[in-house]
Write a protein that binds this ligand. Structure first.
Ligand code: ADP
Ligand code: MG
Length: 589
């Protein structure tokens, strides 16, 4: 007798389901994607018992005709794909034709739908892959799918589920990501009869909607620390909202990555993000909604059954573009006391997001297609640190009052008190001077009569050596003596290194820098400059009045006088009114 048996269809279905449907959030993700593919303008989601009890998704999309309802539940049933080659054009989200089939195999399913012009709506019901009823339904625009009692017939899988709290968190995240990725579709999420998210679509453009959703999804505090970043490179665009370096979080839960508007988890993108922040991170984590737009044939999102992971053809370019964009934009975008630079429409080149979703099916009103209306003077994105606007000071109008804690310089600004972090201010000035010399190709180098020495681990030494030639162009002559000893023979004349400072500098360098050829030139420069500046300035310096005023003159001339190169503020201003308010007086000084 033959040993080989053909598995019954039911078993096959359950196995397939195991690949696609891992947990309640995977069901939800598939249903949302289908609704989006159907051109939904609004998606309503209801969850009970962390998704085990019920996952219900209602959309106002195109709907399905009576005969398609049954077909849609079959294996490899899809209206979105005809040939294998189509997989490579990611015009729609779903193309495996397996989601509904898999969900049906492991739940009690109800699916009601209505197409425009049909005599009535229809509903199909069943469980564990068997249809039990087909009945007429109300002519309600779109489709409603209910998956109840998930994994009722696969107890082994049910056991693998995490706690209700964890499953619920994952369900919410699924909706959040879909909502960030699809700004032209309204979302509403109700869990156990409680409204968790309500995200309508605003008449404004992409940024208005993204901003709105970010505020709802990230929460007020994190949202207040975000800045908008965008840039274009050949064949690629990067944009989104990112934490300011002084507003980082303790965890990475608020990081969202999208490729062509699809949520992805990608080590490459995450690493590029972290590289962009570089030394500004100090052990904390940025929040972000990072959007990468690529030509559809330059990446593959189908290597993972849940379609989360992506494979890129131009990894190096992507890494470089993202890290550079984040780095340079973070440094340049910051202005201390003013809100996010309010860009008036028209003046700046308006960034239109390239859309590669060119399927005629993708008829959902897409915010991306509209002209983005840009953040203009909105309160929510004002840096948290901005207590009051800084008057347009110039050193001549300042009266130096004295120094506090050998670290802060106090000035009478005429309209209040200006407090300057002398260390941060010096760093900013030095940073820009050095970068100026660097880009002019004229770094003044100072040989050290007695070279500075420091011990490094082997791997640190390896990184430093990789960078040695480049460091020379940056004005640093570094040598190796013995397996673990590095020598500094010459340094830019602007910097003053002590031995411990040099040790720290190389230590940092070897942690922060990776492959020299991977980083772009101006990013390398900025990293070296920020680190060298930090190490070269002694805190707790006594400052004479002329020096204090001189410092302010120099600071005024810098491009970003409100931030040190690490993104921390260099100064703040207490207006007369602020001071009066603290004394509960109404008049100002
Ligand atoms: P895929 O999305 O890969 O095509 P699915 O199993 O997710 O496979 O869905 C099968 C088919 O059912 C889809 O191709 C689509 O035609 C139809 N369908 C599923 N959900 C919806 C919906 N919400 N609105 C309209 N059609 C739908
Ligand atoms: Mg699908």
């Amino acid at each position: 007798m033959a040993e080989i048996k053909v598995l019954p269809e039911e078993v096959v279905a359950k196995i397939a389901a195991g690949e696609v449907i891992e947990r309640p959030a995977s069901v939800l993700k598939e249903l949302i994607e289908n609704s989006l593919d159907a051109g939904a303008a609004k998606i309503d989601i209801e969850i009970k018992k962390a998704g085990r009890g019920l996952i219900r998704v209602h959309d106002d999309g195109r709907g399905m005709a009576r005969e398609d309802l049954r077909l849609a539940l079959g294996r490899h049933a899809t209206s979105k794909l005809n040939t294998f080659e189509d997989i490579y054009s990611l015009a729609t989200f779903g193309f495996r034709g397996e989601a509904l089939y898999s969900i049906f195999a492991v739940s009690r399913l109800k699916m009601a739908s209505f197409v425009h012009g049909a005599p009535s709506g229809y509903e199909i019901e069943g469980e564990g892959g068997h249809v039990t009823a087909e009945i007429p339904a109300a002519p309600v625009k779109g489709t409603t799918i209910e998956a109840a009692d998930l994994f009722f017939n696969t107890p082994a899988r049910a056991k693998f589920m995490k706690s209700d709290t964890a499953e619920r968190a994952q369900l919410i995240r699924t909706v959040e990501e879909a909502a960030l990725a699809n700004l032209g579709t309204a979302f509403r999420l109700v869990i156990d009869d409680k409204e968790i998210l309500s995200l309508p679509v605003h008449p404004g453009g992409l940024w208005e909607n993204l901003k709105d959703r970010a505020a709802a999804i990230f929460g007020k505090n994190i949202y207040a620390g975000l800045v908008r970043i965008e840039s274009k490179a050949p064949g690629m665009a990067v944009y989104g909202l990112f934490s300011r370096p002084d507003a980082l979080s303790a965890t990475r839960v608020n990081q969202h990555f999208f490729v062509n508007r699809r949520p992805v988890s990608s080590a490459l993108l995450r690493q590029a993000l972290y590289r962009g922040y570089g030394h500004m991170l100090t052990g904390r984590h940025p929040a972000c909604a990072l959007f990468l737009e690529l030509a559809p044939d330059t990446f593959d999102a189908n290597i993972h059954p849940q379609k989360r992971d992506v494979k890129f053809s131009g990894e190096n370019e992507i890494f470089k573009t993202i890290s550079n964009t984040v780095f340079t934009e973070l440094l340049s975008k910051q202005t201390a006391a003013s809100p996010l630079p309010a860009v008036e429409g028209g003046k700046k080149e308006i960034f239109d997001v390239p859309s590669f979703r060119n399927s005629p099916d993708a008829a959902a009103p897409s915010a991306a297609a509209e002209t983005p209306s840009l953040f203009g003077g909105n309160e929510a994105l004002t840096p948290v640190s901005a207590a009051a606007p800084v008057p347009d000071w110039s050193a001549g109008d300042l009266k130096y009052l004295g120094q506090l804690a050998k670290s802060y310089l106090l000035f009478d600004s005429g309209s209040g008190l200006l407090v300057v972090d002398q260390h941060a201010a010096q760093e900013r000035i030095l940073f820009e001077k050095y970068l100026g010399e660097f880009s002019g190709g004229a770094i003044k180098v100072q040989p050290l009569i007695i070279p500075l020495e420091t011990e490094l681990s082997r791997s640190q030494m390896e990184t430093v050596l990789k960078w040695r030639d480049w460091m020379k162009t940056a004005g640093f002559e570094i040598d190796q003596r013995g397996p673990g000893t590095a020598l500094l023979r010459a340094a830019p004349a602007l910097f003053y290194f002590t031995q411990p400072a040099f040790a720290d500098f190389l230590g940092y360098l070897s942690e922060v820098l990776g492959e020299p050829q991977k980083a772009a030139e101006d990013m390398k420069r900025s990293i070296i400059a920020t680190m060298a500046c930090k190490k070269s300035i002694k805190a707790h310096d006594f400052v004479k009045p002329q020096e204090a005023l001189r410092l302010m003159e120099d600071l005024k001339k810098t491009k970003d006088s409100y931030h040190c190169p690490h993104g921390r503020p260099t100064l703040f201003h207490l207006s007369g009114q602020d001071i009066a308010r603290r004394f509960q007086r109404s008049a100002s000084v």
